[in-house]
Design a protein around this ligand. Structure first.
Ligand code: TYD
Ligand code: MG
Length: 486
């Protein structure tokens, strides 16, 4: 019997060799050779996907767009509204979802909990390639106590497969061998399968170690084929490597339908789930969870998490950031103090340092504040990352308030992007932001001029202060001229 052969294929020029080299001898690029198992001629390789039952043996033809069937794409609820929203309204049957995140952030916990919730209506297979069956069972029992204690996620209407919390339809397989996992998925035909994690799976036909690029890609491709064929939704766990990439050099992102990242501070209890790619919904949707001693609990009102809660102090400003379609009221804190260094220190947590530098430069130039003689520290409460420029005005207000030792009147939110000329630029989704602010009891909003939302503000009982420049906005917010006699 012929030995299965392995070839190494250069990912930039396609050259093939039988031996591994650090550098491709054909095109000279480094680290571009990836192991591939050559299709064995003795039929040992796992069978190819069955031909389309509708047209056995016949060549596939194209169809006019209007006559292409859409199929019954009814989404499955994951049992958690926060996860469903990030997925774009639930899991699509036959789709492949990659859930990435740092080790220890809670990926296994999240997926085991939703596997348990989904198993009330569908058959679910949980493949643990990292932990033993006993370890998963222990964790499941611990989580089950929470689920039974009344904090259970909302179950889908309809007949339960078994008594709630019993997990009768939740199957567990502790296995690292790819072929075994594929066989089990084929035999069980679950509606949903969780693979924890893709890096720990191993295809015996490749000689490279589990977690290597070749292994991860090969395993994911084999799983993708079976998922599409049997309409099983697959949730893959992927650890983020040291370089901050999923499963090495982003090898999986093009292959899957959705990429979710689970992030958060390991020392804080809340966790943020985001979609960075989604073929079935919007990206940048945000789901918020809290890690408790008995697993993850949804946070359906996250603005309260990102508000300081205490008395406002000088240097604090409140903004409304938008994550996808979700507005979040967030508190910013600035500390401005005389520097004792030759070049002042500027540190920002949760906001890009370059953005902070730019805002400080605008304030220095257009308000005449001598900020280059001051250290400036900025932090976003709750460890949130705010990327959008709509936070600019809030940052400016926090910095000015701290440097002049002023306190913003309570109940004020600020929204607006700062132009380099000191002008205030309009921002998107202002309506949503104002509604969220009003819902949380804010009474004044400083926004860019020309919002056209006077009517809405009146309805919301919100005082709308429109400003054309950062100077005008700060006068409106603080009630005094911030440039004053600084
Ligand atoms: P885990 O889901 O194992 O992380 P990952 O799969 O992403 O590596 O989560 C591990 C952390 O979560 C661990 O540090 C302990 C914490 N945790 C809790 O705080 N409460 C719980 O109920 C569970 C199950 C875990
Ligand atoms: Mg894990």
């Amino acid at each position: 019997m012929a030995r299965p052969t392995t070839t190494y294929v250069c990912q930039s020029c396609g050259a093939q060799t039988r031996q591994f080299f650090g550098r491709c001898s054909a095109c000279g690029s480094w680290n571009s050779l990836v192991e591939q198992s050559a299709p064995a001629s003795d039929g040992r390789r796992r069978p190819a996907p069955a031909a389309d039952p509708q047209a056995p043996g016949r060549p596939r033809r194209s169809l006019p767009m209007h006559s292409v069937g859409e199929g019954a794409r009814q989404r499955l609820s994951s049992g958690y509204a926060e996860l469903d929203r990030v997925l774009g309204g639930g899991l699509v049957p036959g789709s492949l979802v990659l859930v990435g995140g740092d080790p220890g952030i809670g990926k296994s916990t999240l997926l085991l909990q939703s596997a348990e919730a989904m198993a009330r209506r569908h058959s679910v297979l949980y493949v643990s390639a990292e932990e033993s069956a006993q370890q998963v069972k222990l964790r499941w029992r611990r989580l089950g106590e929470q689920l039974l204690a009344g904090e259970a996620p909302r179950a889908e209407p309809g007949p339960a497969v078994d008594s709630p919390g019993a997990g009768a339809a939740l199957h567990l397989l502790a296995e690292t061998d790819l072929d075994q996992v594929l066989q089990e998925i084929e035999a069980l035909r679950p509606a949903v399968a969780v693979i924890d994690s893709i890096q720990a799976l191993h295809d015996a036909e490749l000689s490279s170690a589990p977690g290597s690029v070749a292994q991860v890609r090969d395993c994911a491709a084999a799983l993708a084929r079976i998922a599409k064929r049997q309409d099983t939704a697959l949730l893959l766990v992927g650890h983020v490597t040291k370089e901050g990439m999923l499963a090495g050099p982003k090898v999986l992102e093009h292959l899957v339908d959705a990429v979710l990242t689970f992030e958060g501070d390991r020392f804080a209890s809340h966790r943020l789930l985001r979609a960075v790619k989604n073929r079935f919904g919007a990206t940048h949707e945000l789901g918020v969870f809290e890690m408790r001693d008995r697993g993850l609990v949804e946070v359906s009102n996250p603005s309260e998490l990102f508000l300081g809660g205490e008395e406002l102090s000088p240097g604090t400003a409140t903004i409304v950031a938008c994550e996808g379609t979700r507005p979040l009221v967030v508190e910013l804190q600035a500390l401005v103090s005389t520097t004792s260094y030759a070049s002042p220190r500027r540190t920002a947590t949760g906001i890009g340092t370059n953005r902070l530098h730019q805002i400080l430069a605008v304030l220095e130039k257009h308000l005449g504040l001598p900020l280059s003689r001051f250290d400036c520290y900025l932090a976003v409460a709750g460890g949130l990352e705010v990327e959008e420029p709509a936070a600019d005005l809030g940052v400016a207000a926090a910095v000015v308030a701290s440097s002049r030792d002023l306190t913003l009147p309570p109940g004020t939110v600020l929204v607006g992007e700062l132009g380099l000329g000191g002008q205030l630029r309009p921002v998107g989704q202002l309506e949503l932001r104002l509604q969220e602010a009003a819902r949380l009891g804010f009474r004044r909003a400083v926004v860019p001029r020309g919002s056209g939302l006077g009517g809405l503000a009146a309805q919301l009982d919100l005082q709308l202060l429109e400003a054309g420049t950062v100077a005008e906005a700060l006068v409106a917010a603080l009630g005094v001229n911030p440039a004053g006699d600084a």
